[in-house]
Design a protein around this ligand. Structure first.
Ligand code: NAP
Length: 313
């Protein structure tokens, strides 16, 4: 075993020991509010998987890369994977697919253990452009398949894009296909012609914008909800919110961990981003405590039912 692999193995063991000792996944299995089937058989690093509507396993917690570029991106991705994350979320428009690919290589983690997501940008909408855009993404990442490919935003020829993605999916170039930022109407439209149902809808979701309607609809359709900006990027004072801070103190956890645990207990996949190793590790340690009913309710009351990113609407 080379030294890089040794490091990964030690991290993996350390994580498994901590989570097992603490009774990982407290009370989450069998909860009625899950989108898919959260599996008790954990992946190699102890992060629970959810089974998507096509049978593919997806980690319930992943690493976001929006805004990370160049060496910082590469190092952050490598650190995240070495510390135990297996899901990495990127997109063409982030301009970092090459750096993400380098980070993956640097980590030394086996491709088969990873769950790599990228997204088709609006400029590449339509059948031909989607195929081209997808190939460019693969080349930049240095990979020969993606685990999940999402239509980033519902703009332009979505029907043409979806047909191309269905073909790529059937050809085995993508393990699951999905959507992002689709509202109820846009999703219903896609479902009216889709041969392959989307496996995931990635939308803005956090304590201040809980997307209850989308949450219920996605559950009904067995489409996995994935939260982007699970911390609202700290907007509206999320990291200093009194309700969250009180709950965090009770569990000897941080506000960030309480937030991520809340997403997990709702059955939502979250993809927090950080460029700091301490935060990257902190955000991973959410499987050794449980929020009770009152705490979940208190967080529910923080919902403002309003985007914190009006500039992107
Ligand atoms: N589909 C879409 O349209 C869409 C849109 C936006 C985002 N996304 C995806 O979702 C991912 C997550 O969203 P996001 O990056 O916008 O925001 P986010 O994850 O909600 O917040 C990131 C911010 O939180 C800070 N942070 C992270 N961990 C922390 C901790 N433990 N304590 C205190 N601060 C912490 C980070 O700073 P430090 O670096 O200092 O830790 C960073 O400033 C993105 O990276 C991207 O992959 C998708």
């Amino acid at each position: 075993m080379n030294s890089e692999n040794q490091k990964i193995e030690i991290n993996r063991r350390r994580f498994l020991q901590t989570t097992a000792a603490a009774g990982i996944y407290l009370g989450v299995f069998g909860m009625p509010n899950l989108f898919g089937n959260v599996l008790s058989d954990k992946n190699a690093t102890g992060i629970p998987d959810v089974k998507l509507n096509n049978g593919l396993k997806m980690p319930m917690l992943g690493f976001g890369t929006y805004g990370l570029r160049g060496d910082v991106c590469q190092e952050s991705v490598a650190t995240a994977l070495t510390e135990g994350y297996r899901l990495v979320d990127t997109a063409k428009i982030y301009g970092n697919e090459e750096a993400v690919g380098k980070g993956i290589k640097q980590s030394g983690v086996n491709r088969k253990e990873l769950f790599v997501t990228s997204k088709l940008w609006v400029d590449d909408a339509g059948y031909e452009n989607t195929k081209k855009g997808f190939e460019e993404t693969l080349t930049k990442l240095g990979l020969d398949y993606l685990d999940l490919y999402l239509i980033h935003r519902p703009r332009g020829d979505v029907k043409g894009s979806w047909k191309a993605m269905e073909e790529l999916y059937k050809a085995g170039k993508i393990k699951a296909i999905g959507i992002s930022n689709f509202d109820s109407k846009q999703m219903a439209d896609l479902l009216s012609y889709a041969e392959v149902k989307p496996a995931v809808n990635q939308i803005e979701t956090h304590a201040f914008y809980q997307e209850i309607q989308a949450y219920n609809e996605l559950k009904q359709h067995h489409i996995q909800m994935e939260a982007w900006a699970p911390f609202a990027e700290g907007r509206n004072g999320l990291f200093t919110n009194e309700v969250l801070a009180k709950i965090a103190k009770k569990h000897n956890k941080t506000v960030a961990q309480v937030n991520l645990r809340w997403h997990f207990q709702r059955g939502i996949v979250a993809i927090p981003r950080s460029s700091q190793k301490a935060h990257i590790v902190e955000n991973l340690n959410i499987f050794d405590f449980k929020l009770d009913h009152d705490e979940m309710s208190a967080i529910e009351k923080l919902d403002l039912n309003k985007t914190q990113f009006p500039e992107w609407s």
